[in-house]
Design a protein around this ligand. Structure first.
Ligand SMILES: Cc1cc2nc3c(=O)[nH]c(=O)nc-3n(C[C@H](O)[C@H](O)[C@H](O)COP(=O)(O)OP(=O)(O)OC[C@H]3O[C@@H](n4cnc5c(N)ncnc54)[C@H](O)[C@@H]3O)c2cc1C
Length: 570
């Protein structure tokens, strides 16, 4: 087998397709029944345990198999493609553990690594009933004692709070509202004193109904000194750095749900007849499908580059992760809604068509733009970095080697050095900073006759939009607090330019490595579709390229909705 067919995400994909057969834990009927009963998908999670998915949550430096965040995103995508509830339930352990990979000491990290690989569930408790995104308002306290710490208060709306063996939680150890007044603790639930903690009831939810969304309360719960992760008072900083990694990995949830939506819709348009024609022959349906394909490829471009940027542009992750988490789930929500229109009533059924899978994934996907920082929270995180980004852009230059390493898919990434994570993007954004060079490369390929002329026009238009955006950023005056409403529009445009630039870089750095005959890569189709979509969203006057859109829709139909990935052909 070639290395590509033995890639973990391919092996997992094959396994889950088998497990989705009638009677298997991933079969749509079984997953629907669990959802309707609001029951945890334990059998499906066991399949993932036996596959060793948790090994991929643990960095190789601690004995696991996590060497490439891009591969972790693909693994999460592979699970979410079958069921988002299962993906959220299982991958939560990565979110729970990651702060220890970022800031834990060697012994702590090695111990947790062993436990995760043995199947321990780890939860991440930031939110409280009275405070969501406003982490500085947290009221759970940890008071120092002679032996360690005593916890008091409630963490609520926590994924796997009840099922978890360990909970990584943020608690106040200093003055209320002080950014250095919080510390992080890895709490071993089995070692809490009797009566020191109590689980809170499962909260019924609109989507991911089977997940364990509950909470935990602490009453004078003693934990040892060794439970603290990182330095006293460093809790918030560690969380903000860890979020740069989790927000990037969450992209896999959206990609998988959108794969699923596209597959269900494609199956429908291939067999449904109206007015003597197949649905897929109707021009409006083809247009929606073409836009959905472009959206998915844009989401994949951002996620792919962001996953590799974790290793190659680590110091830029404050920007990259915020853009990724704002762009990918919100684009996925919109794409799913559009596809739902094609399915008509079948998107509304809870079991009469394809086990109600579309309605389920639509409900499930809603959470991806809410948790781990909502779209607004991530746009705000980006807005706060506008002055730094403007200064970096005025300075000029970008991380040429880092960008190449993030974009060239056939080059193995270096191990992540968590010490390189920083809270704000002082170094700017190489994805946008490197756009002029990439567009110049496209122009030279067009001149040489190896890239289509239409591509140059689109890439040039993106460059103009990005330049106009940079000018607006330079003129932008920050407002204190939550940011002006108009800033959020600017952030949205930043995301669109960033997404288009990701597609351009991935094309430029990989086009020569793609074998002949990939219908997605031929004539630069996928990247032209992405740029066309981005430019229209930016309000630029750009003609749709019907030949490009049509070729991609044909490929979508031919592959039964499975072939829409820029990795096809690589
Ligand atoms: C299924 C599920 C699983 C979850 N799992 C976990 C978990 O495992 N661990 C955990 O700690 N939490 C978890 N949460 C909590 C989740 O992360 C919170 O819901 C989230 O922090 C937002 O809190 P909130 O909805 O109470 O909104 P708030 O933070 O109160 O915000 C209210 C509104 O204001 C917007 N807003 C917030 N900040 C800004 C800003 N700066 N600018 C503009 N608008 C803003 C928000 O987008 C939102 O629309 C989970 C929630 C759910 C539903």
């Amino acid at each position: 087998m070639s290395p590509e067919t033995t890639a973990p995400h391919r092996l997992l994909g094959t396994l889950l397709d088998e497990q989705a057969r009638p009677g298997g834990p991933f079969c749509p009927a079984a997953l629907r029944e669990l959802d309707q009963a609001e029951a945890f998908p334990a059998r499906a999670c066991r399949v993932l345990d036996e596959f060793g998915l948790a090994d991929h949550y643990v960095p190789a430096a601690h004995g696991g198999k996590l060497t490439d965040f891009g591969e972790l995103i693909r693994l999460v995508r592979g699970v979410a493609r079958h069921d988002l509830t299962v993906a959220v339930a299982h991958a939560k352990t990565f979110l729970g553990a990651v702060s220890v990979w970022v800031a834990g000491d060697r012994e702590q990290a090695d111990r947790l690594a062993r436990q995760v690989r043995e199947g321990h569930v780890v939860s991440w408790a930031l939110t409280e009933r009275g405070h969501g995104a406003d982490l500085l308002a947290g009221e759970v306290t940890a008071e120092r004692t002679r032996e360690g710490w005593t916890l008091n208060g409630e963490k609520w709306l926590i994924n796997n709070a009840t099922r978890a063996h360990q909970i990584c939680l943020l608690a106040r150890t200093g003055e209320a509202g002080d950014a250095r007044g919080f510390s992080l603790f890895l709490v071993d639930k089995d070692r809490l004193p009797p009566g020191g903690s109590a689980h809170l009831p499962k909260i019924p939810t609109h989507g991911i109904r089977g997940a364990d969304i509950s909470g935990i309360g602490f009453t004078d719960a003693a934990v040892p000194a060794s439970a603290r992760v990182g330095a006293d008072g460093a809790g918030l900083e560690i969380v903000l750095k860890a979020l740069q990694l989790t927000r990037t990995v969450c992209a896999g949830l959206s990609l998988g749900a959108c794969d699923h939506a596209l597959r269900l819709t494609t199956a429908f348009v291939r067999e449904r007849r109206l007015y003597g024609k197949l649905l897929v022959e109707l021009p409006r349906v083809r247009r929606i499908l073409a836009d959905a394909v472009a959206d998915l490829l844009l989401m994949e471009s951002v996620s792919t580059l962001a996953g590799r940027a974790v290793h190659a542009l680590t110091a830029e992750m404050a920007v990259v992760s915020a853009v990724t988490k704002a762009f990918v789930p919100s684009t996925g929500d919109a794409m799913i809604a559009e596809l739902g229109e094609i399915l008509g009533v079948r998107a509304f059924f809870t079991d009469a068509h394809a086990e109600g899978a579309f309605a389920k994934l639509e409900r499930d996907h809603r959470i991806t733009a809410i948790f781990d920082g909502s779209t607004a929270v991530n746009r705000h995180a980006l807005i706060k970095q506008f002055p730094l980004l403007a200064r970096a852009s005025a300075r000029g230059g970008h991380a040429v080697k880092g960008l190449a390493a993030a974009a060239a898919l056939d080059v193995p990434v270096d191990p992540l050095d968590p010490g390189q994570l920083v809270l704000a993007g002082h170094g700017g954004c190489s994805v946008l900073g490197g756009l002029p060079d990439a567009v110049e490369r496209i122009r030279s390929l067009v001149r040489a006759g190896t890239a289509p002329a239409g591509f140059e026009r689109l890439a040039g238009a993106l460059l103009d939009s990005a330049a106009a955006l940079q000018e607006e950023l330079a003129a932008h005056r920050p407002t204190a607090g939550a940011g002006a409403a108009a800033d959020f529009d600017l952030a949205r445009r930043y995301e669109l330019c960033f997404a288009g630039a990701c597609a351009v870089h991935l094309w430029v750095h990989n086009e020569s490595a793609v074998g002949d005959g990939s219908p997605v890569w031929a004539d630069a189709r996928w990247v032209r579709a992405c740029l066309n979509r981005v430019l229209r969203a930016l309000g630029e006057p750009v003609d749709r390229e019907p030949d490009v859109a049509d070729a991609l829709v044909e490929e979508l139909v031919r592959t039964e909705g499975r072939g829409m990935t820029l990795l096809s052909g690589i």
